[in-house]
Design a binder for this molecule. Structure first.
Ligand SMILES: *[C@@H]1O[C@H](CO)[C@@H](O)[C@H](O)[C@H]1NC(C)=O
Ligand SMILES: *[C@@H]1O[C@H](CO)[C@@H](O)[C@H](O)[C@H]1NC(C)=O
Length: 388
């Protein structure tokens, strides 16, 4: 979803406040010695656990969310599991009418709640859905806290998280109550689960609405959900919190160009719907699809074309990466993802899947077509086609 600014990411754009919390703690968890290969997951103290995900289908088919519980007794909430950020934020009773569609965590009803007292804001670099980010239009006001947090039936006690005390109106229509970051360095939640013995990886099965049964597997890989073998790619050294892989080329309908045939590092963000690229890269891709795909100046960073033309345009986009054996492999977005639906301001104009911004980022329009494994312990990502 979003990117909060670094150091972490959903692409979090920035985190400001009296103190920036929990990820800031030096975290030495010896994860690297844990090998978690397909089929050879060792039995540990915690078995893998499945979390069903719902599709936020509202014109677009590119955002999923699932349940967590906070407090004692547990209060249930739905959150986006966001590989682009690293902390948990959830709407609270301190938030006014702007949060009325969300379920609000009530600290007074939890016997294990501890107020942290620090306030901050987090500004995301990509929002919910396919709308562009303009200024600070995706921002949360936060107050630090700790409490018991459970996901997939596993509880983590004394977990640092944030109460949302205010939010920009862009968040108001959301059918989910918060964001659970699951960054590559392990969010506080994943670190707590790993310390209890959960294998240090998770997997995402992000299906189209027509297929359903999307799910996240914590601590494991569900081999029944994909075809063929997983291809693993190592992350660049020193990648820190950010899930990212370096790509050597982009092909559009089998063709590349000077601009596209260069090395770039993509952030992989389960919380962002669209693909995001610098303007010149977006223009170079669209040039190989249709000269009639143009920037929509009414919504800066977006592009569009007449809706009555879009369904017939071939627009297969392949990104070339390098696997653990140094062999190239492609991850491909089918033509069916080209349209992300009509612009609200101009319903005869359909928005296309790449937004131009400062990031280089792969979001849900690609992740929806692959089973993906996010291996914290081995600092690598795995992919296999789902066939959808
Ligand atoms: C669908 O999206 C529109 C535009 O963002 C919003 O106004 C509406 O509330 C959404 N509906 C649902 C059910 O989320
Ligand atoms: C990636 O896709 C392009 C375009 O279809 C193709 O030319 C290239 O051979 C593919 N690379 C691999 C490793 O499959």
């Amino acid at each position: 979803m979003m990117l909060p600014l670094l150091p972490l990411a959903l692409l979090v754009l920035s985190v400001a406040g009296a103190s920036v919390e929990p990820r800031a703690k030096p975290t030495k968890i010896s994860l690297s010695s844990r090998k978690v290969d397909r089929g050879t997951i060792r039995r540990r103290a915690l078995n893998p656990s499945e979390v069903p995900l719902a599709d936020y289908f509202n014109g677009t088919d590119l955002q999923w969310f699932g349940e967590i519980q906070i407090g004692t007794p547990p209060q249930p909430f739905t959150v986006v599991f966001d590989t682009g950020s690293s902390s948990l934020e959830v709407t609270s009773t301190s938030c006014g009418t702007v949060c009325n569609r969300q379920k609000k965590f009530d600290p007074s009803k939890s016997s294990t709640f501890v107020d942290g007292g620090r306030t901050s804001t987090i500004t995301f670099g990509t929002g919910v859905g396919v709308d562009p980010v303009i200024g600070n239009n995706w921002r949360l006001s936060l107050r630090s806290a700790t409490d018991t947090v459970s996901v997939g039936g596993i509880a983590a006690k004394g977990l640092s998280f944030f109460l949302i005390t205010d939010q920009t109106p862009t968040f108001s229509p959301d059918p989910f109550d918060g964001i659970q970051g699951i960054a590559a360095s392990g969010s506080s939640l994943m670190r707590a689960l790993i310390n209890q013995g959960l294998p240090s990886l998770f997997s995402l099965f992000l299906t189209p609405n027509s297929v359903g049964n999307a799910e996240m597997t914590l601590g494991g890989i569900d081999n029944s959900k994909f075809q063929g073998d997983l291809v693993f790619a190592p992350m660049p050294a020193g990648t820190g919190a950010t899930w990212q892989l370096t790509s050597s080329n982009i092909f559009v309908n089998g063709q590349s160009s000077t601009r596209l045939a260069r090395s770039r590092t993509f952030i992989f963000d389960s919380g962002t719907s669209n693909i995001v690229l610098p303007q010149a890269d977006a223009v170079a891709i669209y040039a190989l699809i249709s000269p009639d795909i143009k920037p929509n100046n009414a919504e800066p960073g977006t592009f569009g074309i007449a809706c009555n033309r879009i369904s017939t345009l071939p627009a297969e986009i392949s990104f070339t990466f390098t696997d653990s054996n140094r062999r190239p492999f492609n991850l491909t977005i089918p033509s069916s993802e080209l349209s992300v639906g009509p612009f609200r301001s101009n319903p005869s104009l359909c928005q296309t899947l790449i937004n131009a911004d400062q990031f280089t980022l792969i979001g849900a329009s690609l992740l929806k077509h692959y089973y993906s494994v996010w291996d914290i312990g081995n600092q690598r990502m795995g992919f296999a086609p789902t066939g959808f």
